[in-house]
Design a protein around this ligand. Structure first.
Ligand code: MEV
Length: 447
């Protein structure tokens, strides 16, 4: 069977599905029906979803959950989370409640600037270009006036334009590093449009300006694009309480022992990148889930977070812990470039609902909610790790997934849960036990 095709993108949706099921599946009709069963029942909504991407043939369903009781700066939120991993929403909810009972999370915005870069090659000396930077700035800003007008009305726009000389690293390579305020939008389109116009204007400037001669007239634009590293677009969230108020933990662990072990666990994630990666993955379990639920770009958020985790030259924990004068404090500083207007946030029907659930926050408020969810997630994960171990909670959820997968009845589910309280969970152990339950039931019926 020929698995290559030309003109696939030109086929309509039905044509695409037909070709796929015929070419790749043994049971084309069943697969076609299955793919179509996930189409949205409302045609107009489906059209919007199809429009987000290309070559769409169906929708991929993920669970949409909520974590209530998030108290952030004395306001209570019910946080929407889209995630496929069991235990994450339960862990976020439990940590949110734990901290709500101890004053909640305190959050502050440390900055909202975003960065864009115009990368170019130019054979002249940096000094000469630098001497003309005031006029270059003026020309560039004038030329983007049509693009920036609306953003400026909302309080945003271009803030700084800096020339960076990278010629020591690469022959003739310079960069304009531009900082932006994009208000409640993530701003990627705005930033990229401004940068592309800057590229054209900069080329014209050197061509027209009498200071530049000969090959100095040749300025080559390599590329113009925002940077997803946004260390000036930053939020800080913390949770703290006296150690005596931490309470007690499983296996009769005291608050003091918990605080010490928790503190050690965070230090370990600052020392060892192998642990830091897993530790930060736990933080992103929470962050990504809210970023996805609100229609933001989780790849951008992850890329930025991991770069920040390595900004001191070594990859380390994004969260911090201190114990001073009997006070346990746990916090995170996180660069987060997200939006609550524009992009998918208003187009995706569930992203709109998520924002409504959060009472239509500004981008700054959403940054605080997302970071608090990441911190809560991290608290819950490390709390489990230093007390019961992670498997106890995980396995409970895992057991439920297996039970659902095996399509056990309510009565069988109760029996399985009771049995696996004290037994090790695995798919085959649950299947065998379910067979036992069914067989003994049949025997009872036939007696
Ligand atoms: C699992 O998805 C996340 C954890 O591994 C995070 C951690 O180890 O801190 C539990």
């Amino acid at each position: 069977m020929n698995k290559r095709i030309s003109g696939f993108s030109k086929l309509n949706k039905a044509g695409k599905i037909k070709w796929i099921v015929k070419t790749f599946y043994k049971d084309p009709e069943a697969v076609m029906n299955e793919l179509m069963s996930y189409w949205h029942s409302n045609e107009a909504e489906q059209k919007i979803i199809d429009g987000f991407s290309e070559n769409t043939i169906s929708n991929f369903i993920l669970p949409y959950g909520v974590a209530p009781n998030f108290m952030i700066n004395d306001k209570v939120y019910c946080v929407p989370m889209v995630i496929e991993e069991s235990s994450v929403v339960a862990a976020a909810s439990s940590a949110a409640k734990f901290w709500a009972d101890r004053g909640g999370f305190k959050a502050q915005i440390l900055g909202t600037r975003k960065i864009g870069q115009l990368h170019f090659k130019w054979p002249g000396k940096a000094l000469k270009l630098r001497a003309r930077m005031d006029d270059i700035r003026e020309r560039l800003l004038n030329d983007v006036a049509d693009i920036t007008r609306n953003m400026e009305k909302r309080g945003g726009g271009v803030r700084e334009i800096e020339l960076i000389d990278f010629t020591q690293k690469m022959d003739s390579y310079y960069q304009l590093r531009v900082s932006f305020e994009t208000c409640d939008s993530m701003g990627a389109n705005f930033i990229n449009s401004v940068l592309e116009q800057f590229g054209q204007s900069l080329q014209s400037f050197v061509l027209e300006d009498a200071t530049f001669e000969g090959d100095e007239k040749d300025l080559e634009i390599i590329m113009a694009i925002l940077s997803n590293f946004t260390p000036q677009c930053m939020v800080r969230v913390e949770a703290s309480c006296p150690i005596k108020d931490l309470g007690t933990f499983p296996n009769n662990m005291s608050g003091e022992t918990f605080a010490r072990k928790f503190h050690d666990a965070i230090q370990i994630a600052h020392i060892d990148p192998y642990r830091a990666t897993t530790h930060n993955k736990g933080i992103f379990n929470g962050i990504d889930a809210v970023v996805l639920a609100t229609g933001n770009d989780f790849r951008a958020i992850e890329a930025c977070g991991h770069t920040y985790a390595a900004h001191e030259g070594r990859y380390r924990s994004l969260s911090h812990c201190s114990i001073h004068d009997g006070i346990f404090k746990f916090w995170i500083d996180l660069p987060l470039a997200i939006g609550t207007v524009g992009g998918l946030t208003s187009l995706h029907p569930m992203a709109k609902r998520s924002l409504e659930l959060l009472e239509n926050p500004s981008a700054e408020e959403l940054m605080q909610i997302i970071a608090a969810t990441g911190l809560a997630q991290n608290f819950a994960a490390v709390r489990s790790l230093v007390t019961t171990g992670i498997q106890q909670g995980h396995m409970k959820m895992h057991l439920m997934n297996i039970i659902n997968n095996l399509q056990a009845t309510d009565e069988e589910t109760d029996a399985l849960i009771a049995h696996f309280e004290s037994e090790t969970v695995s798919f085959s152990a649950v299947r065998t036990k379910l067979e036992d339950i069914r067989q003994s039931k049949n025997r009872r019926i036939n007696q």
